[in-house]
Design a protein around this ligand. Structure first.
Ligand SMILES: Nc1ncnc2c1ncn2[C@@H]1O[C@H](COP(=O)(O)OP(=O)(O)O)[C@@H](O)[C@H]1O
Ligand SMILES: [Mg+2]
Length: 253
């Protein structure tokens, strides 16, 4: 059984088909790179997996249970880092994590232990009592990651986790993802292709809502659909795959 399974997922916003019949699975130990140009439908797909918006069609299963049928149970098994910085700028990281722990129903010694674990993993112990809006973008992102891993979920959905970080911060977040990977199913969206080569065990490419290719590392590079990319050359393959993509919105018209 895959930890995460997406079946025929679609989302329409009025005339726009943001996500068009997307299916994939993620097993324990996998870090799936979810690639696509801006507007491809990555964030919309991730919001549906996390249960923030409901699909127009299709479904999501977590640990074999349907998200629509068992929303509380499945949400408890998912950690989600939305795109951008966390909200609640007036809170401190400590206050924010306590708030999230309460919302997750954590209590007593477990609540404290989970907060300590998350704080230690993203290394924010020294900024815990500073208001979030005074933190650098890198530290805001870490606070977001801390809330995503707080309840130690087996499934992690991270929407552009390194977006806006400097090279050192990017490296640290990738290290964190690598450390957590063995026990979890992780999906990260990105348009940074070096990131895919650095942390992903598999990748899928979407454009205009449609899944166009699937790939994995092979001896001497990456195989993405029919294309082979030598190290550092995933960008050329990505362009070849996504530039030829038909527009589902145009086709529907
Ligand atoms: N709430 C919404 N209402 C209308 N259109 C939306 C909404 N959210 C996303 N879209 C559209 O759906 C498409 C996919 O967006 P998104 O999932 O954010 O892409 P990505 O994360 O890959 O950049 C875009 O055309 C975007 O404008
Ligand atoms: Mg996005």
């Amino acid at each position: 059984m895959s930890l995460l399974e997406i079946r025929g997922l679609s989302k329409r916003f009025g005339p726009i088909t943001a996500v068009d019949n997307v299916s994939f699975k993620v097993d324990q130990g996998e870090v799936l790179g979810f690639l696509g140009p801006n507007g491809a439908g990555k964030s919309t797909t991730m919001k549906m997996i996390a249960g923030f918006i409901s699909p127009s069609a299709g479904g999501v299963s977590v640990l074999g249970e349907d998200v629509a049928e068992a929303p509380l149970k499945t949400k408890a098994a998912i950690g989600y880092l939305p795109e951008g910085a966390p909200t609640y700028p007036d809170m401190t990281p400590r206050g924010f994590l306590e708030f999230v722990a309460d919302a997750r129903g954590l209590k007593g010694p477990e609540r404290k232990a989970r907060i300590d674990y998350a704080v230690e993993h993203v290394d924010i112990g020294h900024v815990l009592d500073q208001s979030i809006d005074t933190l650098s973008k890198g530290y805001k992102r870490r606070v977001g990651l801390a809330q995503a891993i707080l309840h130690d979920p087996p499934v992690l959905i991270l929407d552009e986790p390194t977006d806006g970080l400097d090279p050192n911060q990017k490296h640290e977040v990738r290290e964190l993802i690598r450390r957590m990977a063995p026990g979890k199913a992780i999906v990260i969206s990105t348009h940074i292709l070096e990131e895919v080569e650095a942390v992903c065990t598999r990748a899928i490419v979407i454009a205009r809502g449609r899944l166009l290719a699937e790939g994995h590392p092979v001896e001497g590079g990456w195989q993405l659909g029919e294309h082979f990319a030598e190290p550092g050359r995933l960008d050329a393959v990505f362009r070849a795959i996504t530039m030829g993509a038909p527009s589902s919105a145009q086709e529907a018209a």
